[in-house]
Design a protein around this ligand. Structure first.
Ligand code: PLP
Length: 372
């Protein structure tokens, strides 16, 4: 199989697997127990926390582990609303955000929050003038992601955070697809990240919180994570996340250059006729969301079972519904259905990627109906 679905998840790094191994069975103590073994596990979690903090790279804040980035986003949004001063009851977000943000915001709207979902320009970028028009003293929080999971487009997070701060609002950044791949810009007050997108284990994420902006607790119980997020931490998952974060931070430049080379190789192997969805200037190179007008992308997926690629987010691919992100760019139903996402990274070889792209181009041609 040639794996080209790096936005859905990434292969676990061998270094991560090795770091986790002793914590799976041999070192099973509860990290919150006052025993020699408990303290050892707690110390390992402290090291991991510092490694994640360093990979995020922002000053003046702390990290709490969560069960996923989805949980971190739910907590950031719902906990900020709970802490909000009375007059601030508006949230602003963007139509191309991940479902973890959009669905939580919709849920909050059902509870009385005044929600604005801003459109994007045809290149997927937020129009900052539109944001400026909507910002005032009633806004509690602005939620905008760093790297879009479906189209790889980068939003100007630092400027957006600046604008939010000018009216006293908080800024939440979903940096799931950016961590370890790019520098996370300074500015956000809350940052959600996930281990399995950086060659770490699944079912662990984290929320970075600027000092003084910690959301109210979302999960109540034993008072772990300074009383902010209860529940026994998993040493194996925390250690795995820490090792993945450390390795990603150390290799960031090398991985970045590799991905740039891969992107050029993919474009050349696909040949002419493919259009990149979203901005070509402001994008992460390891995400190629492309369309070839006239093709049936779902059929392409079915014809090429030995290549793992997708039609957008894992959720969108499963539902058969056209992607909300592509719709937000203004693509019509047929254009969305002619789009595929190729995601590649650290362990993708140029040879595999070129082979896969050659097969994709040939299968597309075999469908006929291509628009030149
Ligand atoms: N945000 C983005 C941009 C993502 O790509 C994902 C994962 O698909 C998430 C949030 C959710 O992350 P997790 O799988 O840790 O809940």
């Amino acid at each position: 199989m040639i794996y080209l679905d790096y936005q859905a998840t990434t292969p676990v790094a061998p270094e991560v697997e090795k770091a986790m191994a002793p914590w799976v069975a041999e070192k099973f103590a509860n990290p919150h127990s006052p025993s020699k073994w408990g303290y050892e596990a707690e110390a390992a979690i402290d090291v991991a926390r510092k490694q994640v903090l360093r990979a995020i790279g922002l000053e003046g804040g702390s990290v709490a582990f969560t069960g996923s980035a989805t949980e971190a986003i739910n907590w950031a949004l719902k906990g900020s609303v709970e802490n909000a001063p009375l007059k601030r009851n508006r949230i602003i977000t963007v139509a191309t955000e991940h479902a973890a943000v959009l669905d939580t915001c919709e849920w909050l709207a059902g509870c009385g929050i005044d929600l604005t979902v801003l459109p994007v320009k045809p290149d997927g970028l937020l129009d900052l003038e539109l944001l400026d028009r909507d910002l005032d003293e009633r806004v509690l929080l602005v939620a905008v992601m760093l790297v879009n999971n479906e189209i790889g487009v980068l939003q100007p997070v630092a400027e957006i955070a600046d604008m939010a701060h000018r009216v006293g609002a908080l800024m939440l950044c979903d940096a799931v697809q950016g961590l370890g791949r790019l520098t996370i810009p300074d500015g956000p007050d809350l940052v959600a990240v996930s281990a399995h997108k950086i060659h770490g284990p699944k079912a662990i994420g984290a929320l970075w919180m600027r000092e003084g902006t910690e959301p109210a607790p979302f999960i109540h119980g034993g008072g772990q994570e300074r009383g902010l997020r209860s529940g026994t931490l998993s040493p194996q998952l925390c250690v795995g996340f820490g090792a993945a974060a450390k390795f990603a931070a150390e290799r960031c430049d090398r991985d970045y250059d590799h991905v740039q080379r891969l992107s050029r190789a993919a474009t050349s192997a696909l040949g002419p006729g493919w259009i990149i969805n979203g901005s070509t200037a402001h994008r992460y190179a390891g995400n190629l969301n492309i369309r070839r007008d006239g093709i049936d992308a779902a059929r392409l997926l079915a014809d090429l079972r030995d290549i793992a690629f997708s039609l957008g987010s894992a959720c969108a691919s499963g539902s058969g519904r056209p992607s909300h992100v592509l719709r937000a760019l203004g693509l019509d139903y047929r254009q969305s259905r002619s789009s595929i996402r190729l995601g590649f990274g650290r362990y993708t070889t140029q040879q595999d990627l070129s082979d896969a792209c050659g097969q994709i181009a040939a299968a597309a041609k075999a469908q006929g109906h291509l628009v030149a």
